[in-house]
Design a protein around this ligand. Structure first.
Ligand SMILES: C[S@@+](CC[C@H](N)C(=O)[O-])C[C@H]1O[C@@H](n2cnc3c(N)ncnc32)[C@H](O)[C@@H]1O
Length: 225
């Protein structure tokens, strides 16, 4: 019942229950975003909704790599109220996830989630200015970015350069409509991919998130060297 990637590799910490993606609840009996809780063999699981979490959508759409392990250190840009970060928190029981969010209203909701989960560290910061939080975290194994800004790729690259360890990987959820509503998403995705390659990143995996999220593409990247 561990979830299997398209490659056939199983992901430790991500499960499939009756055809639904799920993680094992680190904070039993507590929901984060109204998700369903399911008891199975003495453990409680939270169903992971691909319409509420782009990471769940990417897994279901055939992501071939999932660079998150039980002890991963993670930087998450655009944590919002903690929907996706909370599922990652369930997976990395020996790790830590630094959650950057700049909107005070979202941060208030995020704080409620972080208070009950020791591995989630909230940072009220602007991801445009990574130097401002450089002293607050260590190098990370995995960087996840979902900020829906016109310069989302630049924000991702700046944070990757500052915080990702050499062998680490990053994942960006590109929202075409945040970049330009008038142009075809495919053209925007191609341009953002070229932008990443020109700046020294290699794209190791990609999936489109429709029908769960329209006009979004998930890219997994690492340093090209
Ligand atoms: C699409 S939502 C993220 C949803 C979240 N990733 C999830 O799956 O649960 C984008 C979030 O990024 C935040 N954001 C946008 N620009 C940001 C920035 N420059 N610094 C920090 N957070 C930012 C927004 O306030 C918003 O909460």
């Amino acid at each position: 019942m561990e979830f299997e990637l398209e490659s056939g590799n199983k992901i430790s910490g991500v499960y499939e229950l009756d055809g639904h993606l799920a993680t094992c609840n680190l904070n039993p009996q507590v929901r984060v975003y109204g998700e369903k809780l399911v008891d199975y063999e003495d453990k409680e699981y939270r169903l992971w909704d691909p319409r509420r979490s782009k990471l769940a959508a990417a897994l279901l759409k055939g992501l071939g790599t999932f660079p998150v392990k039980n002890d991963s250190r993670i930087l998450y840009l655009g944590a919002s109220a903690g929907t996706t970060p909370s599922h990652i928190s369930d997976i990395i029981t020996q790790g830590v996830i630094y959650c950057v969010e700049f909107a005070p209203r979202m941060m208030r909701e995020l704080l409620t989630v972080c208070r009950a989960r020791e591995n989630m560290i909230p940072l009220l910061e602007d991801a445009h200015k990574p130097a401002n939080y450089q002293g607050l975290l260590e190098k990370v194994d995995f960087l996840y970015s979902d900020v829906a800004q016109p310069n989302q790729t630049e924000i991702f690259m700046d944070n990757m350069r500052l915080f990702l360890r050499e062998e680490g990987q990053g994942m960006i959820m590109i929202k075409a409509r945040s970049i330009d509503v008038t142009r075809k998403p495919k053209q925007i995705f191609r341009e953002e991919a070229s932008f990443l390659k020109e700046h020294g990143f290699r794209i190791v995996d990609k999936v489109d998130l429709d029908p769960y999220e329209k006009d979004h593409r998930c890219l997994v990247c690492e340093f090209a060297f």
